[in-house]
Design a protein around this ligand. Sequence first.
Ligand code: SF4
Length: 96
Amino acid sequence: MARRTAQTAPRLDAAIERRAACGGRDTDIFFPHVSDSRAVEKAKAVCRSCPVMQACLMQALRKGDEFAVLGGTTPNERRLILRQLAMRKREMGATA
Ligand code: SF4
């Protein structure tokens, strides 16, 4: 499978992008190989310093990006969050 690059990644909403800690950086760091934990941590460290991390995470969850570290999470971590949210929603529906 071809690796997605920063150039083909979905763009952040303009309001997020204006304040993003990754603005003006080499965006390749947000596309680490999943097995490279040091590179993943390097990207997450930038996100942790970002004033729009929560908004970025919400956008990534909504849009479903499968390649980049966004909002301080990897694609696998976002899949887990979405599974947990879906499970919680089902549980809430079952008790209502
Ligand atoms: S959370 Fe990370 S990827 Fe998202 S805008 Fe901030 S620095 Fe960029």
